[in-house]
Write a protein that binds this ligand. Structure first.
Ligand code: NAD
Length: 310
């Protein structure tokens, strides 16, 4: 029997996972976290949760399910960078494909009530013919990361068909906000802002005219919370539909931080899509979700956080 009030958050020391853990604890849930701290950080972990340092591909995950019997599982642990997925495809597949399969197997074996999976709308659709893209558009990933995250979705859907696993898949656009790692490989906003604050010139790969749909981490947490009671056996885009180019982001942060220099220019990176924006009307209709944080406010909050923590 699953423990009604217990949620497991994989990747709960990471950027999005740690905000979700905070919110779940606020609602009175008992929260267990597994994280190997490969990109997550100890300082992000809420002291009120039960933290297990471990790899989702290892036996630590099985022992957690055995002991804690969570009724809800939020699966966020992932190799989360497109660039690293090109450099280290085996590592990417090990975590995102095999790790997800292990989470899914455990959910089935231990009678989990619902699995909520953090997937990617930014990388799964590849270069779709029309924007914003909705969930009926076939997946055509152009990066190892896009393929591995899509494989995770496919295992979840297979386990529903074979074993009636209850799930909801959330495909995020580019998530931004406090705690995103400015020294990591993903997250253009904290990477640019951290370098500018240190007086170093960030690099723009390609022309800088590539465009992204940005969504605040607070809105993403809200989507996860709504998915507890809404949306069965389905996939939702979680984005804003509003696009900003990398050059626009550079200029906005430059203005905020009073940075004077232009960017260094690098070759386009394999696996990066040129333009993506997500149609979230299905999430609005069925999940009763829509983005609430205006980009200007979210950017301001993020830059203030970076300033205070560096
Ligand atoms: N940030 C975004 O823009 C974005 C967009 C779309 C989807 N997502 C998805 O959301 C989820 C969270 O992303 P994030 O931005 O918070 O990234 P993150 O890198 O901050 O979080 C991932 C967490 O997983 C942990 N982890 C990695 N491999 C692990 C393993 N083998 N075992 C245990 N823990 C492991 C890391 O230490 C980290 O704490 C990921 O699944 C990612 O694919 C993120």
């Amino acid at each position: 029997m699953a423990n009604e009030n217990t949620a497991l958050v994989t990747g709960g020391a990471g950027f999005i996972g740690s905000h979700l853990v905070d919110r779940l604890l606020e609602t009175g849930m008992r929260v267990v976290v597994i994280d190997d701290l490969s990109s997550g950080q100890l300082k992000n972990i809420n002291p009120k949760c039960i933290f297990m340092h471990g790899d989702i591909t290892s036996g630590t995950l099985d022992s957690i399910f055995e002991k804690e019997k969570p009724s809800l599982v939020f699966h966020l642990a992932a190799q989360s960078s497109v660039a690293i997925s090109s450099q280290k495809p085996m590592l990417d597949a090990s975590t995102n494909v095999l790790g997800t399969l292990k989470v899914v197997e455990n959910c089935h074996e231990h009678g989990v009530k619902k699995l909520i999976y953090s997937s990617t709308g930014g990388a799964i659709y590849g270069e779709p013919p029309e924007l914003p893209v909705d969930e009926s558009t076939p997946a055509h990933p152009i990066s190892n990361y896009g393929v591995s995250k899509f494989q995770g979705e496919q295992f979840i859907q297979l386990y529903h068909k074979l074993h009636n696993l209850n799930y909801c898949i959330l495909r995020y656009s580019n998530v931004y906000g406090p705690r995103q790692d400015g020294n990591g490989e993903a997250g253009v906003i904290p990477i640019f802002a951290t370098l500018m604050q240190e007086g170093k010139q960030p690099t723009i790969y390609g022309t800088g005219e590539q465009k992204r749909d940005f969504v605040s981490v607070h809105d993403v947490v809200k989507a996860n919370m709504l998915a507890i009671s809404h949306g069965k056996q389905t996939v939702y885009n979680i984005g804003s539909s509003v696009m900003y180019s990398v050059n626009q982001i550079y200029d906005l942060i430059k203005e905020h931080t009073d940075f004077a220099k232009e960017a260094l220019l690098g070759a386009p990176r394999p696996g990066d899509v040129f333009e993506i924006s997500l149609d979230y009307s299905k999430a609005k209709r069925e999940l009763e979700w829509e983005p609430e944080v205006a980009f200007e406010n979210g950017l301001q909050e993020t830059l203030q956080y970076i300033q205070a923590h560096s």
